[in-house]
Design a protein around this ligand. Structure first.
Ligand SMILES: [Zn+2]
Ligand SMILES: [Zn+2]
Ligand SMILES: [Zn+2]
Ligand SMILES: [Zn+2]
Ligand SMILES: [Zn+2]
Ligand SMILES: [Zn+2]
Ligand SMILES: [Zn+2]
Ligand SMILES: [Zn+2]
Length: 338
């Protein structure tokens, strides 16, 4: 019946035996158009489930449609139905079908769930909880959501720093992208307004900075601690001290008696941050350039530190100069940000 015209030459509704003029989209009478619309609305979302690593092309309909194409038409399922029904396509709301995270296009790329662009797998951070082991959002979208740093600004920051950490001057040891560092006094962890971004850091420096709470005073105290101990003679380890020697003897050649004396000498607090350690006891710090692992020889034992300062030092490779640079970095950005 479609295509027939009534006696005035107007097209009539293509629905069955209906003879009403087709005033809606040139194909339907108002009543039948409404009926079809209702049926469309009641129809559930297409439940497309994709196999892991299935390849996909993007819908060819235009309108910014990013749904994967199905069949030979080159259109997504919904645009294919539009085309069959209306002979043309219109924009549709972009919701990704179930399982779309597992799709790969012909170049092996994956589609970001936010910006809907198809990007190399390296553009997605690993995520063991996801079916394909990758986050659904691309790193650029995650970075923007977290730090208000656009991909363009991030690229400019990487370029300005020569692709290396702003503190230690190294690439990230685990091969990860450099982390956006921001002033936590402006924006508490873990988000930034974007104005308090200070630079890009490797993961080790970023964590190390956090251990010293972004505090120039604590960082300078840590550097002073390292400098002090580098000028000290090696500690004399008693060869056969009286028993009991306690649990620190095997790892550090430090008896409970000497440990207690050192705690008292430090006033019960950490040798760097001067805070009392709370429920955990102070850790024995030693020079890792002498003994990379424990058990340590004992001659390289330095002071007693809280867990935070102890791990902070190791994240900065116990490098006093690097820690001073870090303090200066924090101070330099304070003017901008406080
Ligand atoms: Zn009709
Ligand atoms: Zn489409
Ligand atoms: Zn994205
Ligand atoms: Zn670094
Ligand atoms: Zn901020
Ligand atoms: Zn700020
Ligand atoms: Zn401490
Ligand atoms: Zn040693």
């Amino acid at each position: 019946m479609f295509g027939t015209e009534d006696w005035t030459g107007r097209p009539v509704c293509r629905q069955g035996e209906c003879t009403e003029p087709a005033v809606i989209a040139g194909q339907w009478c108002p009543g039948h158009a409404l009926g079809r619309l209702r049926r469309d609305l009641e129809r559930p979302e297409p439940k497309t489930t994709f196999k892991r690593g299935a390849t996909a092309r993007v819908c060819a309909a235009g309108h910014g449609c990013q749904y994967p194409a199905v069949g030979s038409s080159g259109l997504c399922g919904r645009h294919e139905r539009q085309m069959e029904r209306w002979g043309r396509t219109t924009p549709i709301a972009q919701r990704r079908p179930r399982g779309a995270a597992l799709l790969r296009d012909a170049q092996g790329r994956k589609q970001c769930s936010v910006c809907l662009t198809w990007q190399e797998l390296g553009a997605y951070a690993a995520s063991p909880v996801q079916a394909d082991g990758l986050q659904p959002r691309c790193k650029g979208c995650v970075r923007f959501a977290t730090y208000h740093v656009t991909p363009e600004r991030y690229a400019a920051l990487v370029e300005a720093q020569g692709g290396v950490c702003g503190l230690c001057g190294q690439r990230d040891s685990s091969g990860r992208d450099l982390t956006v560092d921001h002033d936590h006094r402006c924006c508490p962890v873990p988000r930034s307004c974007g104005r308090c971004v200070r630079g890009l850091l490797c993961n080790r420096c970023n964590v190390g900075l956090g251990r010293f709470q972004d505090s120039p005073e604590m960082l300078r105290a840590a550097a002073a601690y390292l400098t002090f101990w580098s000028a000290q003679p090696p500690r004399r380890v008693p060869a056969e001290p009286p028993k009991p020697r306690g649990r620190r003897w095997p790892k550090f050649r430090l008896t409970d008696e000497e440990y207690a004396r050192t705690v008292a000498a430090q006033g019960g607090s950490c040798a760097v941050c001067r805070r009392e350690p709370g429920r955990r006891s102070l850790s024995v710090d030693h020079d890792h350039r002498c003994c990379a692992t424990t058990p340590a020889c004992g001659t390289c034992v330095r002071g007693l530190l809280c867990t935070s300062c102890n791990t902070g030092l190791s994240h900065f490779n116990e490098d006093a100069e690097l820690i001073i640079r870090t303090a200066e970095y924090v101070e330099a950005h304070m003017i901008v940000c406080t």
